[in-house]
Design a protein around this ligand. Structure first.
Ligand code: NIG
Length: 388
């Protein structure tokens, strides 16, 4: 075994409740020892650091676990900057814009899509993201959805089949027929390349019964459920996600008291995507009310060309603290351990003995600098499974 000890850590967020400051487990004047062969954390602590084969002093910088970005649509062609500009001039966001990206993605070659996806992933990695989920949903036919999931496999095992993103133009007025395809042939082709199934439960996309059918078909094929819920208005999505035991209900921009009560009593994580609300000029979700009611919360980028074209989890955290009124400890937890919970993972999102050594060194003495100095490149070093 060879090992590395990282020393000189001003503030180490472990997300291990065995340590101080509740579930964030923050240690000051800390060190962390990594097994270079397995890529796992061996130990963390404070005060004099133990011996190891290699020693690296980070000079009073803060260290946090790598971000777990549990909601992205990274595989796509084209861009929709004109749609964004129109929104800034007053146009509303509508689900229909997805069709523009479906056309551009369908026209793109597999090589082009693979290159772009890798570029976006490299960008996300440089920004501190060490685990990412990627959805399909920009093809809307069986072969195309399968292709997008195969491309996503170049970057992550956390792949989500989102055939039920919107109804394609070729099925206009025949939503039930399209749901039949999503639950039948398309699912058969996509399930081998996916861990999760998702649907967009919204007016203009799919209603609760159609989403239920998609989630049930996915479960029968061995896929875990997640749901785009309550993004553009109040609706049945959140409560359906909880009822169906989904790992996550995503967006949650419009939450009623009953939605919050359901989330608090179930096992479904509420994943907030505030860069979307920023980019679409929607209201921000009431994260404070959800957290205070005991809901488990994640933060994710929702990187996609229509509603949120950013991979930056630092930006998401800044919005969460400033506009969703989360504390910095809550926001860092939600962007790391919360994302892991939304993917039902226990090996990432924390820095504790046995967890994967996904380590982000900030060019700052404390995580609050991510909010205090928004837009500054404060991600100093990113280590994934012990390697940088
Ligand atoms: O999560 N809401 C549905 N899907 C994406 C938007 C995709 C798009 O506009 O292209 C979302 O915001």
């Amino acid at each position: 075994m060879t090992s590395t000890v990282i020393t000189g850590i001003s503030s180490l967020t472990t997300n291990d409740p065995a340590h101080d400051r509740g579930r964030s487990g923050i240690l000051e004047d800390a060190w962390i020892v990594v097994d270079d062969v397995s890529g796992l954390v061996i130990d963390v602590g404070t005060g004099p650091a133990p011996e190891a084969d290699e020693r690296r002093d980070v000079g009073g910088r803060a260290v946090i676990p790598g971000f777990v970005d549990s909601h992205t649509h990274l595989v796509f062609g084209g861009d929709r900057s004109a749609e964004f500009a129109a929104r800034m001039a007053g146009a509303p966001y509508a689900a229909g814009g997805i069709a523009t990206t479906v056309a551009a993605t369908t026209a793109a070659t597999t090589d082009d899509l693979t290159c772009r996806t890798r570029e976006l992933w490299q960008r996300a990695r440089r920004g501190g993201t060490t685990t990412v989920e990627i959805k399909s949903g920009y093809a809307l036919d069986a072969a195309g959805e399968e292709r997008l999931l195969q491309i996503a496999g170049d970057v992550t095992e956390e792949r989500t089949y989102l055939g039920a993103h919107v109804v394609p133009v070729s099925y206009a007025g025949r939503t039930d027929d399209y749901v039949h395809l999503v639950c039948g042939e398309m699912l058969r082709r996509c399930a081998p390349y996916a861990r999760w199934i998702d649907a967009f439960c919204e007016v203009g996309a799919f209603d609760a019964e159609q989403c239920r059918a998609v989630l049930e078909a996915g479960a029968a094929a061995g896929l875990g459920g997640r749901l785009h819920a309550n993004q553009l208005g109040p609706g049945p999505g959140v409560q359906l996600a909880v009822e169906m035991g989904c790992a996550s209900a995503d967006h949650c921009t419009y939450l009623t008291d009953d939605d919050i009560a359901a989330l608090a009593s179930g096992t479904t994580v509420a994943t907030f995507l505030p860069a979307t609300d920023f980019s679409t000029r929607q209201p921000y979700p009431d994260a404070r009310r959800a957290i205070d009611a005991g809901v488990t919360v994640a933060l994710a980028s929702n990187c996609n060309p229509g509603s949120s074209f950013t991979t930056s989890m630092s930006f998401v955290i800044a919005l969460a603290v400033r506009d969703l009124r989360m504390t910095i400890d809550e926001a860092i937890w939600a962007a790391t351990a919360g994302g892991a919970a939304a993917l039902r993972r226990t090996d990432v999102g924390r820095l504790a003995p046995g967890s994967r050594a996904d380590v982000v060194v900030l060019d700052a003495p404390a995580p609050i600098h991510l909010v205090y100095r928004p837009g500054e490149p404060l991600i100093d070093t990113v280590v994934v499974a012990g390697s940088s």
